[in-house]
Design a protein around this ligand. Structure first.
Ligand SMILES: [Zn+2]
Ligand SMILES: [Zn+2]
Length: 477
C-alpha cells in the first residue's frame, strides 16, 4: 500500500486549490467555491477533512452581523481529518495521522495546561478570532481575497490548516463518523458532567435543552452514576429519544402553567438539583438553572453559547445566602489531548454510547452520485458568475495542484484511500454507511442525495432555529 508521503506527495507542502463552503454574508446561504489553502506555517499542520458536523455555534456565528463575526469566513469546527502536510517544528505528528481538531488548545506546557483545574491554555488562548494563532489566514479565494478562519478549525472545506496545539491524534481503527462527534458536541456535554461538574454517583441532575449537547450531558451524567436526570425542553417530542440517554424525568417548559421551571424542579427534588446544566445558550436560562440548584452545594454549569455581550444577573443576597456555585464549561472542561483518548477508550469499551447520537446516515452511493452533480454546478458557477473563466481572476492559480481524483469518489472511498496504514480496509474499520453532516439536534442529515459541502449549504439556510424567538419561550431547543 502506498505511504502517506506517496498519497499526498502531489500536494504536500504546496498551496492547494480545493472546494469550501464559504459564509460570505450574515445569514445568507453558504457559497461552495474553490479556495486556496496555503501550506502550514511553523507549528501547524494541513488536514484533509474526512467528516464534519454542523454545531449550533456555527449557526450562531453564521447569523451574526458584527464582530466577532467576519466575512468571508469558513465556518465549521466539529470534524475529523487526515494530516496531509506537517509544518516546520512540529513534533509528534506525521502525514497520514488521523486527527481531531478542537477549538480549545492544549500546549501542555503553560500553567493552565499543567494544572488539573483548567483546560484554558494560556499560550494559545481561546478566542473567537478570524485568524490563526499567529494573526494571519491560510485561506484566500480565487480573487486573492482573504477568507477568515473560525474557532481555529474551519472545517467546512476539503482542506484546512490547524495549529498542533488544537489537534489530537486518534486511533485510526475508530470509525471517523463517530470520533467526529468528539471534536465538539459530545465531548462538551459529556465533559461538562464528568470534568466540570464532577457529577457523583447517586446525584440529581437537571438539564436545560435536550439538543445534542444536553443529551451528551445526560450521557456523561449517566456514566458518572447520576440517579435522577431531569430533562427540560420546550419540545416534548425530544423526551422519547432522551430516555435512551438516561433521562429519567421530563419537564415541558412550554406547558408549566403559573409556575416557573425552577419552582417545579425544586418541588420535584425536595429543594433543588445537585447539578444544573444550561445547554441552550440563553442568559436568562442560566438564571433559571441557578434557581433550580440546591442551596449549599448546588452547582450550575454554563455550557450553552449566548450572543456576544449577553449578561447574566443575580442578586447579591441570592449568591451569598445560598452558597451555590456557577461555573463556565468551555469544551466541557476537557483538555483535548489528554481527555479525548479517554473518551475514545470508553467508546471502544462500549461504555460511552456514541452511536446513539447518530440517527441518520447517507450511503456512499448517494455521495458518489452527488460528486458528479456538484462538479457540474461548480463549473456553471465559474462560467456564469463573477468568477468567470477567462477574466484572469483564476489564471494565476492554474499551477496550484487540485486534488481532482477525490472529487469523483464518495466519502467512503476517500477514507479508504486516505488512511494510509498498510492495513486492509477491514482493519481500518470503515462502517458500511457514513454520515457526513451531523446536525446539532442529534441528527445526522443524510437523506438528501447531497455531498458534504452541499449538505452544509442546504442545512444552514433552512435551519429552524427555535432560539431566535424574542420572548425566549422557545429557547430550550
Ligand atoms: Zn460546537
Ligand atoms: Zn497551554
Amino acid at each position: 500500500m502506498a505511504s502517506a508521503k506517496d498519497q499526498f506527495g502531489e500536494t504536500s507542502g504546496k498551496p492547494i486549490r480545493c472546494r469550501a463552503a464559504v459564509a460570505r454574508k450574515p445569514g445568507e446561504p453558504l457559497v461552495i467555491e474553490e479556495v486556496i489553502v496555503a501550506p502550514p506555517k511553523s507549528g501547524e499542520v494541513r488536514i484533509k477533512i474526512i467528516c464534519t458536523s454542523l454545531c449550533f455555534s456555527d449557526v450562531t456565528f453564521w447569523k451574526l452581523k458584527d464582530p466577532p463575526a467576519f466575512y468571508p469566513r469558513i465556518l465549521g469546527h466539529e470534524s475529523v481529518g487526515v494530516v496531509e502536510t506537517v509544518g516546520e517544528g512540529v513534533d509528534g505528528f506525521a502525514e497520514g495521522d488521523v486527527v481531531i481538531p478542537v477549538f480549545v488548545s492544549e500546549c501542555a506546557e503553560c500553567a493552565d495546561c499543567k494544572s488539573n483545574k483548567s483546560n484554558l491554555c494560556s499560550t494559545y488562548p481561546f478566542k473567537v478570532s478570524p485568524w490563526m494563532h499567529d494573526g494571519s489566514s491560510r485561506f484566500t479565494d480565487l480573487n486573492g481575497e482573504t477568507i477568515y478562519h473560525f474557532l481555529s478549525v474551519s472545517s467546512f472545506t476539503e482542506y484546512t490548516v490547524v495549529h498542533v496545539a488544537n489537534i489530537t491524534r486518534v486511533d485510526r481503527t475508530v470509525p471517523p463518523d463517530r470520533v467526529c462527534l468528539l471534536s465538539c458536541g459530545v465531548s462538551t456535554g459529556v465533559g461538562a458532567a464528568w470534568r466540570s461538574a464532577n457529577v457523583e454517583a447517586g446525584s440529581t441532575v437537571a438539564i436545560f435543552g435536550l439538543g445534542s449537547i444536553g443529551l451528551a450531558v445526560a450521557e456523561g451524567s449517566r456514566l458518572c452514576g447520576a440517579r435522577r436526570i431531569i430533562g427540560i425542553d420546550v419540545n416534548p417530542d425530544k423526551f422519547e429519544i432522551a430516555k435512551s440517554f438516561g433521562v429519567t424525568d421530563f419537564v415541558d417548559s412550554s406547558n408549566v402553567g403559573d409556575k416557573s421551571v425552577s419552582q417545579i424542579i425544586n418541588e420535584m427534588t425536595g429543594g433543588g438539583a445537585d447539578y444544573c446544566f444550561e445547554c441552550v445558550g440563553k442568559a436568562f436560562l442560566v438564571e433559571e438553572a441557578f434557581a433550580c440548584c440546591r442551596k449549599g452545594w448546588g452547582k450550575t454549569i454554563v455550557v450553552g453559547v449566548d450572543k456576544p455581550g449577553a449578561r447574566i444577573s443575580f442578586s447579591s443576597s441570592e449568591v451569598l445566602h445560598l452558597g451555590k456555585t456557577i461555573q463556565g464549561s468551555l469544551f466541557g472542561g476537557l483538555k483535548p489531548k489528554s481527555d479525548i483518548p479517554i473518551l475514545i477508550k470508553r467508546y471502544i469499551d462500549k461504555e460511552l454510547e456514541l452511536d446513539k447520537f447518530v440517527t441518520h446516515e447517507s450511503s456512499d452511493e448517494e455521495q458518489g452520485g452527488e460528486k458528479k452533480k456538484k462538479k457540474k454546478g461548480l463549473k456553471k458557477e465559474k462560467s456564469s458568475g463573477e468568477k468567470e473563466e477567462g477574466t484572469g481572476a483564476t489564471e494565476k492559480y492554474d499551477d496550484i495542484p487540485v486534488p481532482e481524483p477525490d472529487r469523483k469518489k464518495g466519502l467512503l472511498d476517500k477514507i479508504k484511500e486516505k488512511l494510509p496504514s498498510g492495513k486492509t480496509t477491514d482493519e481500518v474499520a470503515v462502517p458500511p454507511q457514513k454520515p457526513e453532516i451531523v446536525d446539532c439536534g442529534a441528527t445526522v442529515v443524510g437523506k438528501e442525495k447531497k455531498g458534504l459541502l452541499n449538505k452544509i449549504k442546504q442545512i444552514i439556510p433552512g435551519y429552524n432555529a427555535r432560539s431566535a424567538d424574542e420572548n425566549g419561550k422557545e429557547a430550550c431547543n
